[in-house]
Each structure stands twice: as structure tokens, then as C-alpha cells.
Design a protein around this ligand. Structure first.
Ligand SMILES: Cc1cc2nc3c(=O)[nH]c(=O)nc-3n(C[C@H](O)[C@H](O)[C@H](O)COP(=O)(O)OP(=O)(O)OC[C@H]3O[C@@H](n4cnc5c(N)ncnc54)[C@H](O)[C@@H]3O)c2cc1C
Length: 426
């Protein structure tokens, strides 16, 4: 059956018995309700699960597969690091998704996807059949992209690029630093989760050191990139609020990052070896393992999608949303994941419940704190164009904005966090 045929077939849900009489193979559709399985309960997966379940009014059975019982957001984890939010305020439960929309929660890892049989095998060996599958596992870290770095080394030199224990280790280390300390951050190469995230993190670290009265502590950022998101705004802010504390080095300055030694707590570049009191090492990244194992990623390690629907280009029954996908001009962000998930959910309801669909539209904004009251933003609106998700309009904060405007931008940021977490988890 071609994909177009399958679409028509699925749209005519009332004609199922006739189709069955024709001997069409469709194991999962023989059930009373079409089944959607979602792998991953971050902003991508949880949003997709909610919007399919809520907007189909019970016509589609939705199962969310996520090993964690509570989800701590990476977004605003830098505010936790800066002492501006506590842990519970960035941690969310899935209970309301089950209670409010009847979503079935499977709190285990998905181990394999059988694309031919259309089943997901869980850690306990059981299998979930699906008519449509949403794959939203986020990122995996390429530990071996930095010689000497490993999952074990990350206990001494945290990446804190997946929220949880790693974020807590980083905060403990930061809070314990005496004056005169050296923090070394190795920033990740493109593409990676949250383009301004490392630089907001540097700002929040500097805020903590300054608030503790440090006079001679330093933060050295070793970057494999020549430039970074909102660079002019961060540089201006660092000069204004933390003069002399932050030193950003691009490859022309450091000559290349050669490796780390977690026992000696050193980071070595082509030109120098730095002894760090705190080393925050953020390696290169790729789509989560389950997506790569299922053959949904290409040679880049990320998953190509159809920008009109978020459908995998490799499988018409699978959608990929959030950090794991190749999002065109969109950054990998929680805001983007939530926006992409709504397009996927709409298309799925169109296919399985004959719901009306509309052309795909996406939005994103990323706010970053330089100080608790000096916040900048970048964002845009996006549409499918030339085979990718393309920016149709963009905006960015300007250098030299008034303190009042920057405070308003921070108020927006806090409002956004409340709004998106309530949209995703309740
Ligand atoms: C420091 C930092 C600051 C950030 N700040 C912002 C910000 O201000 N604004 C913003 O929009 N974004 C921000 N981000 C980015 C944002 O956190 C990510 O882009 C977003 O979380 C991606 O969502 P996702 O659903 O794709 O993946 P994730 O949030 O990673 O969720 C994936 C989920 O899938 C689960 N999973 C993985 N494999 C399996 C499996 N095999 N079976 C079942 N479940 C599985 C994981 O347990 C996880 O819960 C920030 C990131 C960082 C690191």
C-alpha cells in the first residue's frame, strides 16, 4: 500500500470492516481504537501525547513511554544553578496527563522499535503495538568527541546537559568554590541542544561568584565554534556586569581542544593546559539511541523529517519531534519541541481520527539571563519551505537596551516557563 493509499484508508475509519474484508494487513487497526505510542516524556513527547489524546476526545488510545516518573526541565536549570529557582520548581509529574486525558503511562525505557510489525518493545520485554509512533528521546552525548571524557569522567567534570543528578553535581561544585578559582567550560560544537544555553550558564556562574564577593575567580570558555548565539549581547553583558571575569576563546585563540584529564582536573588545548577547580565539559551530541537504532537518523546522527508534518522521511508511520530531529532553521529547544509536537499531533489526528488539519506553522523564542534582571531573547516564526523548516521572520534583543526593557524580558521568560510547563504536563 502506498503512503497516499494508507492515508485515505486510515481517514475512512468507518470503512474498516470493508477494508478488512479486502484482506488489507493492518494488525493494530483491527483494535477498536487506533493506537498512538509516544517514546519520551520531555516537552516534545509529552506535548504530542497530550494533544493527540485531548483533541481526539478519547477516539485514539495514547501510551506515553518514559522511564522517569518525574521530569526535570533543562530549561531554567541555569536559573537553578544561579540560585534563582529551586529544584522542585523545575520538576514536573506526569500524573495530570493520565488523570486529565486518559493517557496510559509506561514508566520504562523503550528498547527497540519493530517498524515492520509496528511494535515497540519495552524494557520488561512486553510489546506495544502502534498505528502511529512519536519518537522524542532527546539527545545522547558523544562522550568520545573529547579525548579523556566519558560517562565516568562526567562525575568529576559534569556536562549537566541532561537535567538531573548532573545538574545537581554542577551546582554543588559551583557553590563550594573559594575565591581565586578557575572554572573551565568546554562548549559543544553545532548542532546541539539549546544554542544560547552554555553562555547563559556562564552568566549564571559569574552571577554566583560575584554575589559571593569573588575578586579573582575566572571563567574560561573553550569553544570549538568561531561564534555563538546572541554573542554580541552576551559579550556586552559580560563586560558590563562581570568585567575581567569571563574569557571566551574561539579556535583561533586556543588552537583546538585536545582533551581532558578528570583525575588531574585539567583541560588541554593546542596551546595550553588549564588546571580547573570546576570543569564543565559539554560534548558533541546526537539523537537519542532508540531513534538511531531504529534507522531513523542519517549520517549526521540526527533524524530527518518532512517539515509539513514532522513525519520521519524514512517511515510514514513515525513522527520525530524535539531535539532528536533535524529542525531546519529552528534551534533545538523546549519551545521548538513543544511547537513541533503540536504539528505532529494534528497530523496524526487527521490520519487516525479524520480531524481537520491546517498548514504547519512553528514558533520559538529563547530567553537567556545575563544577570537575574538583565535578560535577552532571540526567536522567530517558521514554515515548511524548500524541504525544510525555514525561518519566515526573526527577532533578537538589541545591544544597549534599557534596564527596564531587560527586566520586562525576564518577566516574559518567567511567564513563558509557567505557560509551557502547564501546556506540556497538565
Ligand atoms: C542548560 C540548558 C538550558 C536550556 N534552556 C532552554 C530554554 O531556556 N528554553 C528552551 O526552550 N529550551 C531550553 N533548553 C533546551 C531544552 O531543554 C531541550 O531542547 C528540550 O528538553 C528538548 O525536548 P525533547 O522532548 O526533545 O527531549 P528531552 O527533554 O530530553 O526529553 C526526552 C525524554 O525521552 C526520554 N527517553 C529517552 N530515550 C528513551 C527511551 N528509549 N524510552 C523511553 N523514553 C526515553 C528521556 O528520559 C527524556 O525524558 C535548555 C537546555 C539546557 C541543557
Amino acid at each position: 500500500m502506498t503512503f497516499v493509499d494508507r492515508r485515505r484508508f486510515l481517514a475512512g475509519a468507518g470503512a474498516l470492516s470493508g477494508a478488512a474484508a479486502l484482506g488489507v494487513p493492518r494488525p493494530a487497526l483491527a483494535q477498536a481504537k487506533p493506537k498512538v505510542v509516544v517514546i519520551g516524556g520531555g516537552p516534545g513527547g509529552a506535548t504530542a501525547a497530550k494533544y493527540v489524546a485531548r483533541d481526539s476526545g478519547g477516539a485514539i488510545e495514547v501510551t506515553l513511554v518514559e522511564p522517569q516518573r518525574q521530569f526535570t526541565t533543562c530549561f531554567h536549570s541555569n536559573l537553578y544553578l544561579g540560585g534563582l529557582r529551586d529544584w522542585t520548581s523545575i520538576t514536573h509529574s506526569y500524573d495530570k496527563l493520565a488523570a486529565n486525558y486518559g493517557i496510559r503511562l509506561a514508566h520504562q525505557a523503550a528498547q527497540a522499535i519493530d517498524r515492520d510489525k509496528r511494535t515497540v518493545r519495552l524494557a520488561d520485554g512486553s510489546e506495544l503495538p502502534y498505528d502511529r509512533l512519536v519518537v522524542a528521546p532527546g539527545i545522547d552525548l558523544k562522550f568520545d568527541s573529547i579525548p579523556g571524557y566519558s560517562e565516568e569522567a562526567a562525575e568529576a567534570m559534569p556536562h549537566a546537559w541532561k537535567a538531573g543528578v548532573q545538574t545537581q553535581i554542577l551546582k554543588r561544585q559551583l557553590d563550594a568554590l573559594p575565591d581565586g578559582s578557575t572554572i573551565v567550560m568546554v562548549a559543544p560544537p553545532n548542532p546541539y541542544r539549546c544554542p544560547p544555553g552554555p553562555y547563559e550558564r556562564v552568566s549564571m556562574m559569574a552571577h554566583v561568584l560575584k554575589a559571593k564577593g569573588h575578586k579573582s575567580s575566572k571563567i574560561i570558555v573553550l569553544d570549538p565554534k568561531d561564534s555563538f548565539s546572541k554573542q554580541a549581547l552576551f559579550m556586552e553583558g559580560w563586560e558590563k556586569h562581570y568585567p575581567g571575569m569571563i574569557e571566551w576563546q574561539d579556535p583561533k585563540v586556543h588552537g583546538g581542544i585536545k582533551g581532558v584529564d578528570p583525575k588531574a582536573m585539567t583541560v588541554t588545548t593546542e596551546l595550553e593546559t588549564y588546571k580547573a577547580h570546576l570543569a564543565n565539559i559539554i560534548p558533541a551530541q546526537m539523537a537519542g539511541k532508540i531513534a538511531r537504532d531504529a534507522g531513523l537518523a542519517n549520517q549526521t546522527g540526527w533524524c530527518p523529517i518532512d517539515p509539513t508534518s514532522m513525519k520521519s522521511v524514512n517511515d510514514p508511520n513515525i513522527y520525530i519531534v524535539g531535539d532528536a530531529c533535524i529542525p531546519g532553521d529552528m534551534p533545538k529547544s523546549g519551545f521548538s519541541a513543544n511547537s513541533q509536537a503540536k504539528v505532529a499531533a494534528m497530523t496524526i489526528r487527521g490520519e487516525l481520527a479524520n480531524a481537520r488539519t491546517f498548514p504547519a506553522r512553528y514558533t520559538n523564542t529563547c530567553w537567556s539571563l545575563i544577570t537575574p534582571e538583565d535578560t535577552v531573547k532571540v526567536g522567530g516564526a517558521y514554515e515548511p519551505k524548500d524541504g525544510k523548516i525555514a525561518a519566515v521572520s526573526t527577532f533578537i534583543s538589541q545591544k544597549g537596551e534599557s534596564p527596564e526593557l531587560r527586566r520586562q524580558t525576564q518577566d516574559e521568560n518567567m511567564g513563558w516557563y509557567s505557560g509551557i510547563t502547564s501546556d506540556v504536563f497538565s
